[in-house]
Each structure stands twice: as C-alpha cells, then as structure tokens.
Design a binder for this molecule. Structure first.
Ligand code: F6R
Length: 364
C-alpha cells in the first residue's frame, strides 16, 4: 500500500532516508569505514577510461557521476545517452570500463549499448535496482541500488540510490588509483554517511515545497538552471516536472543562459535556480540577477544564508540544510522531486502513472 501517502511517488520520496542509508551501508565496510566493493567482484586495475550509458533519469545520475569520477578518481569519463551511443559504433579499448545505469535493468537501449560495449572487449558494470534483470545478468559485475520496488513511474528513490552507488564507486576508484589517501577517503565516507539525516531535514520542507509548486503549476514554461553537479539536477528537475505535471520545462547549464534561453525570460517564466553554496555559487547568483533584472520569477534553492540574502529579490526560495559537497546532488534532488510532485497534484495529473509513460521501456 501507500503507507498513508496519497501517491506512491510521495511515499517513495519519503523512503529516501532509509533506502539511501541502506545502499550506503552496503558499500561501506563498518570496521574500516572505507568503501568496500570487493564482494561485488569488482576490480579497478588497468582502468583508463569510463563510459557511462543510460537513459532518462538514470542518464542524469550518470552525468553527476562524471563530475565525481573526474574530480575524485581522476578518470576521463564519457557519459552517453544509450540510444545515441549504440548506433555510433564508438571505439572502446580493453582499458575502458562501461557503467550501465538502469533502475529496471530492462531498458532496451541501455541493454543494447552494453552488449555492444561487451562485444568490443570493454568491461561492464551494471548499477541496477532490479537484481534479477537482464542488464544485471549480462554485466560482468553488478552494483545494486537498494531502493526496493519503485512503483511510481517517475523515478525518485532509484535516482538518489544510484547517486549513492556512483559516489562510492568514485571513491573506490580514487583510492585504487592513488588519488585519495586513507584520510581523504574516510572524510568522504563520513560526509556521505550524514546524507540520510540531511534528506530527512529536507523532507521537512514538503509543505513549503507544495506552496512553491503553485508557481510552477500555473506556468506555461519553466526553466531550471544549475552549474557543476547542479546542472544535471537542473535537467532532472525539468524532466520530473514535465513527466508528472505536463508543464513544459527545460534544464540548462547556468552559463548557457545568455547563449539563448535568456530570450525566454519574462515575468511569466519561473526560473528554478539550483545553487548550493559552493565555489560556483556567486556565478550562478549573477545569472539569477540577470533573470531578475528582466522581470523573471527566480525560485532559489540554496542554504538558509543565501535564501535570506536574496529574500527580497526572488519570487520564492527553498532553504536547504548545510551539506558537504559530495552529498549535495543527492540532497538537492529532494526539492526537485517535491516541486514536481506538488505541481502535478495541483494540476490533477496522474502523478504515479503519467500519460504515455511506461515504467520499463523495453522497446527502443
Ligand atoms: C524518469 C524515468 C525515466 C527512466 C528511463 C530509464 O522519471 O523514470 O526517464 O529513468 O526510462 O529507465 P531505467 O533506469 O529503468 O533504465
């Protein structure tokens, strides 16, 4: 059942502290407080490049992972939409690791792209939520997300648990490649370990997010902007809103705004700024000033200090708990989900079963 929630999507959003915690604990050795992927038959020896293959929301998790694998493990990463990759016949050597990310483990394009990679001699690892799936069976190794069954068609807890697995993978590779010493690894693991509690804090903003969602539910178009790992979150926030509320939304890298999308800005277009208080914040804030100077309705998602600072200029804001950099993409997924959910319910859509969508896309 829905456990007292009006929809599975809402229930699954609220399961995230538990399933993120469970997934994290499956990757951490409790004695050493370090990442332990040994039991998954996994070995980073001889690794030169990583290619990530996925579709939809799982592709957005892969885009976040690209930032982590580059910055934590020093690995060159390609992140590719599986339906494009599979027809390009790209070269892959033996030093290539292919990571296929799929909640269902049955997505036709992701499976075909992984099979192609295998046929070229690449090693494959699957990040899947359904352990008995085709992608899990055919991959050389499997890193399971422990989200439990996801019933809502729009992916929520599967996404955040994918992020957890991918963060752990980046840490494990960082260590294997000598990019992280023991102390740095333990600091990252300790930071990740706080994520479930931070998600619980973010979920306390559910009712507030429901109010902010009124701005989106009444819009014709919505823009989502972010920089760094907040860029894939902008794409994910826009996808989620489209799916469950049928409001047209686009995600952009904040720095791309002046290269086109700024032409859309007027007082009718809400602009969701995903701006965690990191070293990129001031750059994103200057994009927000440009939006506000043109009468745009900025919705700022940042920490309390920044939402207070901009309280007078923005149309609305969501104050997030302070969080270490590595858990930020996981944590900031929560307001993306809540905004989409509440915009959908306000518009009376079938949020658990949006029109035209299927949970498992087994045809290309
Ligand atoms: C979005 C969504 C889809 C899936 C995509 C891939 O909420 O659910 O975009 O992410 O169809 O599905 P999996 O992860 O099962 O391969």
């Amino acid at each position: 059942g829905k456990g007292g929630h009006a929809h599975y999507m809402h229930k699954e959003i609220f399961e995230q502290p538990a399933v993120v915690g469970a997934t994290l604990h499956s990757m951490i050795n409790p004695a050493t407080r370090r990442i332990d992927l040994g039991r998954y038959g996994f070995d980073a020896a001889g690794l030169e490049t990583v290619t990530i293959l996925a579709c939809g929301t799982s592709f957005h998790a892969g885009m976040v992972a690209k930032y982590w694998l580059e910055s934590i493990a020093g690995l060159p990463v390609h992140c590719e939409i599986a339906s494009e990759f599979r027809y390009r016949r790209p070269p892959l050597g033996r030093g290539a690791l292919v990571i296929a990310i799929s909640q269902s483990g049955e997505t036709a394009d992701t499976l075909a792209a992984m099979r192609y990679a295998k046929s070229r001699g690449a090693r494959t690892v699957a990040v899947v939520n359904v352990a008995e799936s085709t992608i899990a069976r055919e991959a050389d190794a499997v890193l399971p997300t422990l989200a439990g069954a996801e019933i809502g068609v729009a992916s929520t807890k599967a996404f955040t648990t994918q992020l957890v697995v991918l963060a752990c993978l980046a840490i494990a590779f960082g260590r294997a490649r000598g990019e992280l010493d023991c102390k740095a690894e333990r600091a990252l693991v300790a930071a990740l370990a706080d994520t479930p509690d931070l998600i619980t804090e973010a979920l306390a903003g559910d009712a507030h997010a429901g109010g902010v969602a009124a701005l989106l539910a009444g819009a014709r178009d919505v823009l989502y902007l972010g920089r760094g790992t907040a860029y894939p979150l902008a794409l994910e926030g826009a996808l989620k809103l489209k799916e469950v509320s049928y409001v047209h939304a686009e995600g952009y890298a904040a720095g791309e705004m002046k290269h086109g999308p700024i032409a859309l800005v007027d007082k009718e277009v809400p602009i969701v700024m995903i701006a965690p208080p990191d070293e990129l914040f001031e750059k994103t804030a200057s994009n927000m000033y440009e939006v506000m100077a043109r009468g745009g309705q900025a919705i700022l998602i940042s920490d309390r200090e920044q939402t207070d600072r901009f309280a007078n200029g923005v149309a609305a804001s969501i104050a997030m708990p302070e969080a270490p950099a590595i858990s930020t993409p996981i944590l900031y997924s929560v307001p993306m989900q809540l905004l989409a959910y509440h915009a959908g319910t306000r518009r009376g859509t079938e949020v658990d079963q949006p029109r035209n969508l299927a949970k498992s896309v087994t045809v290309e």
